[in-house]
Write a protein that binds this ligand. Structure first.
Ligand code: PLP
Length: 440
């Protein structure tokens, strides 16, 4: 009997024993194409020689320091690099160990920013329904995923949440399309209802990832949201844990909308599946308020600014720059999207295919014309992932708790033949599922 708790307690899972590039092998010798870079993490594939080299080299120098006593060179260099890569005046960096830590840190920086200026009443956050910001209680309070919240509701904050900016399932306006950006204006209404003097920040995933499946808002959405935040003196926090680090074809996905947030949370692709690494980027005025006040960041974790993680993160950014992988995510990614959209012609189960860069969502529906989702107890997302896995393909779930969706997000450096195999396996798995459900 295994003593290790799995997501489904007691589930018998295959044992992964090796991974290289875009493939993972289990202990039975079965090979899987990693069509989602794990949990949208291994952006450079698995076991990248340069990242392993950086890991080894740094491990031989120093693997750990206490952040309050020492700084370290890899962490300093990584902070410099992140600032260089980021838009606008995002120029202060906090390094963390997971996306949830990064989101919590961004929330705390926002709260401290206001409290240090004598405005402690600004302590609410406004987020979106159908979002996922992490598993810790603060981040979960912002997350609109009913299943992930269910056992913890009594301890979660009742923050306001507005509809997702979903062109396929617009919940904000009868006029979408054409989009009137009512979903952005919903933030204005929510801030007014709560009182701007009580709202610290708005928190959004620029491209919704794990709860919706690569939902891309309409043109103008983030520009409008930036105006609304500025108007109400509310900070804008972009959770780029999944969409950032080049995944969507820009370093930050929100750059597609020419928008600079006040705080950014990053994770996943930053450590590229080789180390646990996450970051918060902050605009100068956010930290200036703290520096001019108490001068102390009242947050931090044992592994914050860890030199080993930072050295590997730097190596990952080196590889991405040298191989032009952000540009590849944009170019090859949009071609991948077109190839996936072609599957709409032959697969009635596909309701929508959307995405940006190398992040694509497939929404599965029972009736395409009516956009009718399957009943929840049919567990279609889980069944599709199982069919994929049985055929040697790994994808990632992206159901928002009401609709069925999966993410296709291969490594940014996946070879052409791997991308062709990915498409063939998705195609075949859709057919298998349609046959199982009697839809073919
Ligand atoms: N934010 C977003 C947008 C995510 O997709 C996730 C994880 O899926 C998180 C935060 C939490 O990151 P972690 O699982 O590393 O704590």
């Amino acid at each position: 009997m295994s003593h290790l708790l799995k997501p489904n307690v007691g589930a018998a899972l295959p044992t992964a024993v090796r991974a290289a590039g875009s493939f993972v092998w289990d202990s039975e010798g079965r090979r899987y194409l990693d069509g989602s870079s794990g949990a949208v993490v291994a952006s450079l594939g698995h076991g990248h020689p340069e990242l392993l080299g950086a890991l080894r080299e740094q491990a031989e120098r120093i693997t750990y320091t206490v952040r309050a006593l020492f700084t370290n060179e890899p962490a300093e260099r990584l902070a410099d690099r992140l600032v260089d890569l980021s838009p606008g005046d995002l120029d202060a960096v906090f390094l963390a160990g997971s996306g949830s830590e990064a989101v919590e840190t961004a929330l705390k920086l926002a709260l401290q920013h206001w409290s240090e200026q004598g405005r402690p009443s600004k302590r609410w956050f406004v987020s979106r329904q159908g979002s996922y910001h992490g598993t810790t209680l603060g981040a979960l309070s912002l997350s609109g995923h009913p299943v992930r919240r269910q056992h913890f509701e009594p301890l979660l904050h009742a923050f306001p949440a507005v509809p997702q900016p979903s062109p396929y399932r617009c919940g904000a306006s009868a006029g979408c399309p054409p989009c009137d950006l009512a979903c952005a204006d919903a933030f204005d209404a929510a801030i007014r209802a709560a009182g701007a003097d009580r709202v610290a920040a708005v928190v959004v995933e620029p491209v919704v990832g794990a709860t919706g499946g690569a939902v891309v808002p309409a043109a103008g959405y983030y520009q409008r949201l930036r105006e609304i935040c500025d108007h109400h003196d509310v900070l804008l926090i972009a959770d780029e844990v999944l969409s950032g680090a080049g995944r969507c074809g820009r370093f930050l996905a929100i750059e597609h909308w020419d928008t600079v947030p006040d705080l950014v949370a990053m994770g996943k692709g930053l450590g590229a599946g080789h180390v646990a690494l996450a970051a918060v980027l902050a605009r100068r005025p956010v930290v200036e308020a703290i520096a001019a006040g108490s001068g102390t960041l009242t947050t931090g974790h044992t592994y914050s600014a860890n030199p080993l993680a930072a050295a590997v993160g730097l190596a990952a950014l080196d590889v991405m720059a040298r191989e032009g992988l952000v540009e590849r995510a944009a170019g090859r990614g949009s071609a991948l999207g077109a190839e996936l959209r072609d599957l709409l012609e032959t697969h009635p189960i596909l309701g929508d295919v959307r995405g940006l860069g190398m992040l694509w969502g497939l929404e599965l529906v029972g009736d395409r014309a009516a956009r009718r989702p399957f009943a929840r107890d049919q567990a279609v997302t889980e069944r599709f992932l199982a069919v994929c896995q049985a055929s040697g393909l790994l994808l990632y779930p992206a159901s928002d708790g009401f609709n069925d969706a999966v993410l296709v997000a291969p490594p940014l450096n996946a070879a052409e033949e791997e991308l062709s195999l990915l498409l063939a396996l998705v195609d075949r798995s859709l057919t298998t599922l349609e046959n199982e459900l009697g839809l073919a």
